[in-house]
Design a protein around this ligand. Structure first.
Ligand code: DGY
Length: 318
C-alpha cells in the first residue's frame, strides 16, 4: 500500500526526518527557511508538518488541496495558523505540548538572569578586547534570589518557570484568566487584575500564548504599573509586547533590562532593540535542545499518524 504523503516545510532533526521517511512518502527540505512554494508542493499531500513562522492564514488554508487532512506544527504555539479556517476545511491541527515546557522555562530563567546580571554587556565587553580587568563598580546588576517574580500566563511553561524560580527563593505571583488548583499553584499568589499584579513584579516573565487575546498585552499603561527598574523576560511570543512601549521604558530605565527570545515579525525585530545595551536578544531558542526538538518531532508525528488513522490524538488542537 502506498504511504501517505507528508509535506515538511523546514529541515527537521535527522532522527525525525528518518522517522517521517519510515511512515510517509515524506517531502523533505534541506533548508531551515520555510519552503517558498507551499501550495504547489502540497498537491496530493495528506499532511503538512509546519513550524512557527510559517504563516498558514485563512487564504493559504482555503487554497490547500482537498487531500490535506491534518496540519501538525513543530511547536506548542499555533498562532501562525488560522485554526478556524482549518476547522472549516475539515483539517485537523496537532501541536507539541508538554515536551518543551522544561526547555522553554529554562530559557525564561536564562533571560531573566541574563538581563538582571547584564550578561550581554559583559560578553560584548570581553569580546571587544577592551576589558581592563575586575573592578568594584563594573557592570553591576540585580540579583534575582529572593525577589518577587510575576508570571503572566501560568500554563505548563509558566508553572515550570515557577518551579525553577522557587529554587532561587523567589516570591511568586501570577496573572491568568482563572486561578489554578492549590496543587498546581504550589504557593504562587494568583492575581485576577493587573493593578494588584504589576506593581509587585520586580521581575516579570511572559509565558502566555500568542494570538489576539494577548496582543500587545505589555503596553505602555501596563509597563507604567511595574515598579521602576523592573526586569522583563519574554520566551513566549513577540506579539505579547508593544515594542515601542518597551523600548521607551528600556531607554527611560523604568524597565532596567529585558531578555527577549521572541519578537513580532520574526526574524525582522524592531531595529531599535539593537541600539540598546540593556536588552539581551536571543533568536527564538526556547525549545532548542537536542532532546526537546527530538521529543517535539516524535509528538507531532504521532499526532499526524493518529489523525490519518482516524483517531483523535491527545495533542489535537482542533
Ligand atoms: C513553540 O513551540 O511554540 C516555540 O515557540 C517553539 O520553540
Amino acid at each position: 500500500m502506498a504511504k501517505p504523503v507528508l509535506l515538511v516545510t523546514r529541515r527537521l532533526p535527522a532522527s525525525i526526518e528518518a522517522l517521517a521517511e519510515q511512515a510517509y512518502d515524506a517531502r523533505l527540505t534541506a533548508s531551515d527557511v520555510a519552503i517558498p512554494d507551499l501550495l504547489a508542493r502540497a498537491q496530493g499531500a495528506d499532511a503538512i508538518l509546519c513550524c512557527p513562522g510559517d504563516v498558514l492564514d485563512a487564504k493559504t488554508i482555503a487554497a490547500l488541496p482537498a487531500s490535506v487532512k491534518v496540519i501538525g506544527t513543530f511547536s506548542v504555539g499555533h498562532d501562525h495558523i488560522d485554526v478556524a479556517a482549518a476547522t472549516a476545511r475539515g483539517i485537523k491541527l496537532c501541536n507539541t505540548p508538554d515536551v518543551l515546557s522544561v526547555a522553554t522555562a529554562e530559557c525564561a530563567m536564562l533571560l531573566l538572569m541574563a538581563a538582571a546580571r547584564r550578561v550581554g554587556e559583559g560578553e560584548r565587553l570581553v569580546r571587544s578586547g577592551s576589558w581592563a580587568g575586575w573592578a568594584p563598580t563594573q557592570l553591576l546588576g540585580i540579583g534575582i534570589s529572593g525577589r518577587r517574580l510575576g508570571i503572566f500566563g501560568m500554563g505548563r511553561i509558566g508553572r515550570e518557570t515557577a518551579r525553577m524560580a522557587r529554587g532561587f527563593g523567589m516570591e511568586l505571583h501570577y496573572r491568568d484568566v482563572t486561578r489554578l488548583p492549590a496543587e498546581l499553584e504550589q504557593g504562587a499568589i494568583f492575581h485576577d487584575n493587573d493593578d494588584s499584579f504589576l506593581p509587585l513584579c520586580q521581575l516579570l516573565s511572559l509565558n502566555a500564548p500568542g494570538g489576539e487575546g494577548t496582543a500587545h498585552w505589555l503596553n505602555r499603561d501596563r509597563i507604567a504599573k511595574l515598579p521602576f527598574g523592573a526586569i522583563v523576560a519574554n520566551a513566549a511570543r513577540g506579539t505579547l509586547v508593544d515594542d515601542e512601549a518597551l523600548i521607551a521604558a528600556l531607554r527611560s530605565g523604568h524597565v532596567a533590562a529585558a531578555g527577549l527570545d521572541v519578537y513580532s515579525n520574526e526574524p525582522r525585530l524592531n531595529p531599535e532593540y539593537l541600539t540598546l545595551e540593556n536588552v539581551v536578544l536571543l533568536p527564538h531558542l526556547g525549545s532548542a535542545t537536542t532532546e526537546t526538538r527530538d521529543a517535539m518531532g516524535r509528538v507531532v508525528l504521532s499526532g499526524i499518524d493518529a489523525v490519518l488513522a482516524g483517531e483523535t490524538p491527545s495533542n489535537v488542537v482542533a
